[in-house]
Design a protein around this ligand. Structure first.
Ligand code: GLY
Length: 364
C-alpha cells in the first residue's frame, strides 16, 4: 500500500464567505500552520467525548499550539438540542469569547452541527473551523454550512446557514471509526456517486474502497466526494435550486428515520431511501440496467438495513417533509445514473409499490 503523502486544498468561493477545505493524513498535528490562529482573540474547541478519548494526545498537542481551550461534548442527537446549547453559550462567555473569537468543532456530524449552531448564534455569529472525524462528517455534514439543533417537535428544526472558515479533513481519524459509522458515511458517498460524482462511482464499481483500509483509494474517494459536494454548494449556497439534488434518498430516508423514531441510523435510512427512490426513478423511466447497478453497489457495501415499516404510514409521514411545496411531496429522481432531477411529483401508489419492493427484498 502506498503511503498517503499528498494534502489537497479546495477553496470554496461562497456568497457569504470563503471557505477552505484541507484534506490529508495526520494533518491535525499541523493545525497551527493550517489556520491563521493568531487572528482570533480566544479559541474554544468543542470536542466530542468519544473522539477525545481515542485521540487525546494529538488533540491536546494540536490545541496547545494554538492556545485553544477544549470543552468536551457528549455527542448524541439528544444533546444536539436547543436546550443543551445554552450551557455552551455560557461556557463561551465564561471563557471571555467575543465576536472575534473562534469555535473549533472536533467530532462527527452531531458535533459539527451543534458547534456550528453555537458559533452561528453566539454574539450573532463567530467564526468556526471544523475537524470532522467520521466519514459522514467529512464528505457531507461539515461541508455547506448547514448548522442546526433539535427541538422536541423534530430534528434540525432550528438552524442557519453559517459557513466554516476552514474544514480540516484528517483521514487518520477513520482508523478508529466503528463499522456502523462507516456505513453511514458510505451511504452519502454512494449518493454523491449516483447524482454526479463520476470519479467516486468508478472507485465504487471497482470495489476499491474497504472498511478499515485507510489507503489512497479511500483518500481519492473522500477527495472526490468532498469536491463534488463543494461544487454543488458553490453553485447554490442557500439551496434555492440545484443544491436540492443532495436530498436524493432523503425524502424516503427521513420518513423512515422519523417513523421508526430514530431507532434506525440516518445512514441506514438513507441507504434504504436511495434504493427506494431509485426504484421509483426506474418506474419513471431510468434504465433498468442503472437500477441493477445501484442495487449491486448498495449490496456490495452491505448498506441495506433489514428494517420493517408500514408503507402506508411512511407515505403519510412524507407530508411533513421540510422540502414539500404546497403540501405535495417532492422527490429527487434519477433520469439515469449521474442525472438527477429535482422537484418530481410521484403518485402515492408508486411510492407504496417501491416501499413494498424494499420490504420484500430485505425479508428474503
Ligand atoms: N446534506 C445536504 C446538504 O448539505 O445540502
Amino acid at each position: 500500500m502506498d503511503p498517503i503523502t499528498n494534502n489537497d486544498v479546495i477553496v470554496l468561493q461562497l456568497d457569504s464567505k470563503k471557505s477552505t477545505i484541507i484534506i490529508g493524513s495526520s494533518i491535525l498535528a499541523s493545525l497551527a500552520t493550517l489556520i491563521p490562529y493568531k487572528k482570533w482573540d480566544v479559541i474554544v474547541a468543542i470536542v466530542s467525548d468519544t473522539v477525545y478519548t481515542l485521540h487525546k494526545e494529538v488533540i491536546d498537542q494540536s490545541l496547545a499550539l494554538i492556545d485553544a481551550i477544549a470543552i468536551p461534548y457528549t455527542d448524541s442527537e439528544h444533546n444536539k438540542s436547543y436546550a443543551y446549547a445554552e450551557r455552551y453559550f455560557n461556557q463561551l462567555l465564561e471563557n471571555r469569547c467575543t465576536r472575534n473569537s473562534l469555535v473549533i468543532a472536533i467530532g462527527g456530524g452531531v458535533t459539527t452541527d451543534f458547534s456550528g449552531y453555537i458559533a452561528s448564534a453566539y454574539m450573532r455569529g463567530v467564526d468556526v473551523v471544523y475537524v470532522p472525524t467520521t466519514l459522514l462528517a467529512m464528505v457531507d455534514a461539515s461541508i455547506g454550512g448547514k448548522v442546526a439543533v433539535n427541538i422536541k417537535a423534530g430534528k434540525n428544526i432550528v438552524g442557519y446557514f453559517h459557513q466554516p472558515d476552514y474544514i480540516i479533513i484528517d483521514i487518520e481519524f477513520l482508523q478508529t471509526l466503528p463499522r456502523s459509522e462507516w456505513r453511514c458515511g458510505m451511504s452519502e458517498v454512494v449518493k454523491h456517486a449516483l447524482i454526479g460524482d463520476s470519479s467516486t462511482l468508478t472507485l465504487l464499481l471497482n470495489k476499491e474502497i474497504q472498511y478499515g483500509r485507510i489507503d489512497n483509494s479511500l483518500y481519492n474517494c473522500i477527495n472526490s466526494s468532498v469536491r463534488f459536494k463543494a461544487s454543488v454548494v458553490e453553485k447554490d449556497e442557500f439551496e434555492k435550486n440545484i443544491r436540492a439534488i443532495l436530498n436524493f434518498g432523503h425524502t424516503v430516508g427521513h420518513a423512515i428515520e422519523s417513523l421508526l423514531e430514530y431507532t434506525v441510523s440516518h445512514g441506514d435510512a438513507v441507504a434504504a431511501g436511495i434504493l427506494i427512490e431509485s426504484y421509483i426513478s426506474m418506474k419513471e423511466g431510468m434504465p433498468k440496467a442503472d437500477f441493477d447497478c445501484i442495487r449491486d453497489i448498495i449490496s456490495a457495501y452491505n448498506l441495506l438495513p433489514s428494517i420493517s415499516f408500514d408503507s402506508y404510514k411512511i407515505v403519510n409521514h412524507m407530508m411533513y417533509d421540510k422540502k414539500n411545496i404546497k403540501g405535495k411531496t417532492r422527490f429527487v429522481l434519477l433520469e439515469s445514473i449521474g442525472k438527477p432531477q429535482i422537484g418530481c411529483e410521484v403518485n402515492d401508489a408508486l411510492v407504496k409499490e417501491a416501499l413494498n419492493f424494499y420490504l420484500t427484498m430485505v425479508s428474503k
